[in-house]
Design a protein around this ligand. Structure first.
Ligand SMILES: [Zn+2]
Length: 299
């Protein structure tokens, strides 16, 4: 078995549909329209042997995601195939699922020092006792082993601090260890997971040229989507997410890369969630796939 990834959740924070939202796209989901399928909040499980798994981010929906994913379920009396959790940032939708992993089962928690500090600042995460859950701070550019024959490496991605830590005017184009992407490899194939990117840089694109699969920030189709739909007051880039469409959008920025390209972290307002919509057809004709919960990517 080679490098395998399972999309545990394909939606952005809030999930799809979002509990308090009746936007045009959520309304279809609430009505059970067959053109949409619901999605939980973004997380990916990766493995090289099918037995030992690492989670990339721990979403608030993690318990339901484990319930939906047989390979992540316990095999013995008290155990778990989940050996490690890797965090690409400290947002609530990237970390709250850690609270579902209490109950004294050992695993390794790996993130940059900045993200581990954000987690440590919240006393609730003390429920993951340090004698059971070991924390390891990883510097971007440093290679680290995930177990089961997988290697990983963080790389800097323009983004911003977690919403709950940001000030009035956050620098969303800053590259810092608060927001990273992660490359996972089994020594043969490479997968890049980038659920949040404020913009593309030459260095980032250079790194992506060697990936076999790219799971990329698909939060918003257009930068002003939340303003236009009346669901928010901030543009996408202000939230640390480059749009799919338009100048500097991901369709243009990742054009020509040979990897399999898959949108993840999709906000509930994004019309690519609707099968057959013009926006969905647009991304598909550009060679992109739209992730759904349970999607399996075998490289
Ligand atoms: Zn909505």
């Amino acid at each position: 078995m080679g490098l395998t990834a399972i999309v545990l959740g394909a939606a952005a924070g809030g999930g799809f549909p979002q509990w308090n939202c009746n936007c045009d796209v959520c309304r279809l989901a609430w009505a059970g329209d067959p053109r949409v399928r619901t999605r939980t909040q973004a997380s990916l499980a990766v493995s090289a042997d099918g037995n030992r798994w690492t989670l990339l981010n721990a979403s608030p929906d993690l318990r339901a995601q484990i319930q939906a994913t047989q390979v992540l379920q316990p095999k013995g009396l008290r155990d778990s195939p989940i050996e490690a959790v890797v965090l690409t940032g400290g947002e609530i939708d990237q970390t709250a699922g850690l609270l579902s992993l209490r109950e004294r089962s050992p695993f390794m928690l790996m993130a940059t020092a900045a993200t581990l500090a954000a987690v440590a600042d919240n006393p609730m995460f003390g429920a993951l006792a340090s004698d059971v859950v070991s924390r390891r701070a990883i510097t971007p550019g440093e290679k680290f082993a995930l177990g089961g024959g997988l290697q990983a490496e963080f790389f800097m991605v323009p983004g911003k601090l977690p919403l709950y830590l940001e000030g009035e005017n956050p620098d969303t184009a800053e590259e810092s260890a608060a927001n990273v992407g992660v490359e996972v490899s089994d020594g043969n194939k490479r997968l890049a997971y980038i659920p949040g990117a404020a913009e593309m840089t030459p260095l980032l694109r250079q790194r992506l040229t060697r990936a076999d699969a790219i799971l990329f920030d698909g939060t918003l189709f257009s930068d002003d989507e939340m303003i236009r739909t009346g669901t928010g007051t901030k543009a996408g880039r202000r939230m640390g997410h480059m749009p799919i469409d338009g100048e500097g959008g991901s369709l243009v920025a990742l054009e020509g890369l040979s990897a399999r390209k898959i949108f993840v972290h999709i906000n509930n307002t994004n019309p690519i969630l609707v099968d057959g919509s013009p926006e969905r057809r647009r991304v598909e004709s550009a060679g992109w796939e739209v992730a759904f919960d349970g999607m399996e990517i075998a490289l």
